[in-house]
Design a binder for this molecule. Sequence first.
Ligand code: F6R
Length: 611
Amino acid sequence: MCGIIGYTGSREAAPILLDGLKRLEYRGYDSAGMALVGAGMLSEIKEVGKVARLEAAFSAAAGIDGSAVCGIAHTRWATHGVPSAVNAHPHCDERYEFAIVHNGIVENHHELRAHLLKKGYHFRSETDSEVIVHLIAEAYEGDLLAATAAAVRQLSGTYGIAVVSSRHPGLIVAARKGSPLVIGLGEGENLIASDIAALLAHTRKVIYLNDGDIAAIRPDSIDLRDVSNVPVEREVAKIDWDAAAAEKGNYPHFMLKEIFEQPETVENAIRGRISLEMGNAILNGLELSPRDLAQISRIVIAGCGSSMHAGMVGEYYFEDIAGISTSVEQAAEFRYRNPIIEPNTLVIPISQSGETADTIAAVREAVGKGALVTALCNVVGSTIAREAGRGVYLHAGPEISVASTKAFSSQVAVLLLMALLLGRNRRLSRSEGCELAREIEQTPELIRSVLAQAEKIREIAKRYAGFDDFFYIGRGCLYPTALEGALKLKEISYVHAEGYHAAELKHGPIALLDERHPVLALANDIPGRDKILGNIQECRARRAPVAAVATVGDREVETLTDDVIFVPACSRFIAPLPTAVALQLFAYYIAVERGCEIDQPRNLAKSVTVE
Ligand code: F6R
């Protein structure tokens, strides 16, 4: 979704802002723009398309002060108004004294626009955001922070905004409600961004703004106020990601890099969290005593997309390993359908970014209903991590590719650790716990052995790259894995792919099967394999090409299917991990064959911060 970066200091702002925008490109956008404040003058430049176009336009532009040391910039993902230079941010007031960039949605923009039009303000764009800059101009009486506060008080909806003014060189005012903003603290310079990926090249010291916060950011100072304009102190967080982690290195795409990082990222997710001796997991972030754990009577998991699929794998874990009744909710449903939450219900919101609007709302609903809430997030200090109050971080490092890969595997690994902990707290014996703990420890190695077959998977993918409709089928923990595999394929290759429980095929979808509808069957040697073999036969009888994921050495699957990707032998609990990695590679190579733009698929955004 939209991205914000702002800089104030002593260096030229434009290169820093353009570099920041490039680091935000992964979020998905359709236009970009920048406003600079130098020598008492405000100038802006905006372009449709990639940041590279904005950069070229900036190099060629006259009348824009390239030596300015303060500015704000934005990548826009169109919601209100088509992608165009006029609709791109920043938006300026009529006299070019103020410029704003905005993430989020101003829900009452129609009323505000009508009010401003009546007062004689003129609008240039079709956006909801433009009202903000006119409201600031209207409220301005010499104090930019006060004017911004007055403007945002009139907004309903969500916003993360940054404001500059020709009347206040060196000052950026930022305000947040519902759309993340983080201040990057430098030496004699400070930055503001919607996402820490844009800050990593400059600093690891950050302050996350809370909803309602407003900040005056100058090169040497940060003045922070809360919603009631009372000065507040916010904790300075240290980010342990480095800038290289957010770069592609020698990989052609972030997605491939992140797929290949998984042995390490899963290792990071489990490191220090397993006791082989006790056959247990150690998850201090949960902040739940054995007594608290014993009282949990139900688990509700909430998430969206891949995070929800990880949650669906977790459902099998919690019920099978710990014997706790578990359900998984699409986070938007959780928010609107008045879920039943009892005092001993544990709600687990899962979110890589920690900023997904529907999952944030689910957290608020759960906290408000008095549930125990413990979040699984990758981004330290993100809204969900903070609002849940307790949780377990994934430690997967920045995930830049829009299609989630390493976050998914880390989520599954952490859910397995949680199930082990809850299982040991209840019905799992020490020796059963030890066996599971040993298996979990070996997961990175299993993933490595799938990665070693990347070339073979690529060859198989090439044979399937011409098809336009796929079915993915699985059973048990491999059912949500099938959903995840299908999601990967559709989002990056624009191929229609549906995941089904293998048993569900006969209840309708099988009507579609013919030689144009390949089926990807997850036929690993775990309980349910024999039934999947039956399903494979049914598909073949309808002339559907069948590719399978199977356990290494399974000749029966090999003879029954057209192609097989072999994964190492492992238990049903571990199987989703190597299998998901194989499916990620399969989707990736199909997208490569089809010439798709892999890291930033059309229409998609990395973090969905609006409903
Ligand atoms: C798919 C994908 C999305 C996200 C979903 C939730 O590859 O990335 O489906 O999983 O938007 O995002 P988070 O986990 O950040 O809440």
